[in-house]
Design a protein around this ligand. Structure first.
Ligand SMILES: NC(=O)c1ccc[n+]([C@@H]2O[C@H](COP(=O)([O-])OP(=O)(O)OC[C@H]3O[C@@H](n4cnc5c(N)ncnc54)[C@H](OP(=O)(O)O)[C@@H]3O)[C@@H](O)[C@H]2O)c1
Length: 351
């Protein structure tokens, strides 16, 4: 997906993108500019502003408003929101790709300065921006948080990122529960992203441009209520985009995944033990409704039937990504290679 992507027309929409100068933010800013919106990118330093102008090149037209302003504190974000109200007459949408990656230490080695910068600092910035802008959004507006899938999956050595991103998802859910207007609050939950700063992006990674295109489509789709969109990879981003643009519901309903596992001779109990070990983690995954393992009635060996139920196909796909590293362990115990499960959905007439 490139800047030649056809976006819905957002002419006249006033969009604020704090964190827009960053790697993911660039895709967001380019997409809203290409859609015809007025785009405000606050940045904390003049150096970042100058660098970002160079990065955007010709895409930086007169609808881009780069504002050097410290938006990371409660008063700073509130001043920015007031200033935008005065200058633009209001704000329609906010997209917040604020903050990046942090890595280095297990939790017990984290010192207070790590905690302040990678958790408190970023969470405070998100909170400052949300509280300043959410009450000011126009009735057609939306607020979109950008987070990573590390919100669900602990990454050893990067625990502060997982904790902060998980807190942001709860921030979104609380705001959704508390909102009493027509505005929407979304989150885009990203897998690894191909950006200008990614040295070796894989072909199936979602691109910064795709993230921007989904954010634009979510802003435009005023009929789609507040929700989390998973953009784990390029295909999932394309699917979300297509569904947002056609107005079809993004979550068509529950999905049941059924698979048969035939253990090698003498390995039945080992396979049962491994599936039992994985059970608590799988059941704790977002969207998992059921994870059950069966064997022939009255038997103590033989094939196992695994039945899993998820709230949506997106949740099931996320589950497949999460357990991918366990497939070799399971495969080593099987007489035949593991095949993808059969996916079933409820028949609407029989409820
Ligand atoms: N890059 C990826 O592969 C990837 C993958 C999954 C999820 N994500 C998520 O996408 C979001 C943006 O990530 P990114 O890779 O674009 O990050 P980035 O390149 O570091 O950009 C983040 C932007 O956030 C702003 N910011 C405000 N307060 C900050 C603070 N205390 N520390 C650092 N930056 C601060 C900065 O803007 P100014 O300096 O101009 O103010 C900066 O340009 C994050 O939530 C991240 O978890 C990224």
């Amino acid at each position: 997906m490139t800047d030649s992507t056809v976006h819905p027309d957002l002419s006249g929409r006033r969009v604020v993108v704090p964190g827009g100068t960053g790697a993911v933010g660039e895709g967001v800013v380019r997409a809203y500019l290409a859609a015809g919106a007025d785009v405000v990118v606050p940045t904390r330093t003049q150096e970042r502003a100058d660098e970002f102008l160079r990065v955007l090149g010709d895409a930086a037209d007169d609808r881009l408003h780069l504002v050097v302003h410290d938006y990371t504190t409660f008063p700073g974000a509130a001043q920015l929101a007031d200033e935008m109200q005065r200058r633009l007459g209001g704000v329609d949408d906010v997209v917040a790709p604020i903050g990046g990656w942090w890595a280095g230490k297990p939790l017990w080695e984290i010192d207070e300065s790590d905690w302040q910068s990678a958790f408190t600092g970023l969470a405070s910035t998100h909170m400052a921006v949300l509280r300043a802008f959410l009450p000011k959004l126009s009735s057609r507006g939306s607020y979109t948080l950008i987070v990573g899938a590390s919100a669900f999956t602990p990454v050893p050595g990067s625990g502060l990122v997982s904790m902060e991103q998980a807190a942001l998802l709860m921030l979104r859910r609380v705001a959704e529960a508390e909102l009493d207007g027509p505005q929407r609050i979304h989150a885009l939950v990203l897998g690894p992203v191909g950006t200008r700063l990614a040295e070796a992006a894989e072909p199936d990674w979602v691109s910064a441009g795709q993230v921007g295109a989904v954010a634009v489509a979510a802003s435009a789709a005023t009929e789609v209520p507040s929700r989390e969109f998973r953009l784990g990879d390029r295909a999932e981003a394309e699917e979300t985009l297509a569904l947002l643009r056609t107005g079809q519901p993004v979550s068509p309903g529950t999905v049941v995944a059924v698979s048969t596992m035939e253990p090698k001779d003498g390995r039945h109990e080992d396979l049962v033990a491994l599936l039992a070990e994985l059970a608590p983690r799988i059941r704790a995954e977002p969207g998992c409704l059921e994870y059950a393992v069966h064997r022939g009635h009255g038997e103590t060996g033989g094939p196992l039937l695994v039945i899993q139920k998820f709230t949506s196909i997106e949740a099931f796909r996320q589950h497949s990504t999460t357990v991918a590293n366990q497939v070799p362990r399971i495969g080593a115990l099987l007489a035949k290679p593991l095949v993808p499960p059969a996916l079933l959905e409820p028949v609407p007439q029989v409820r």
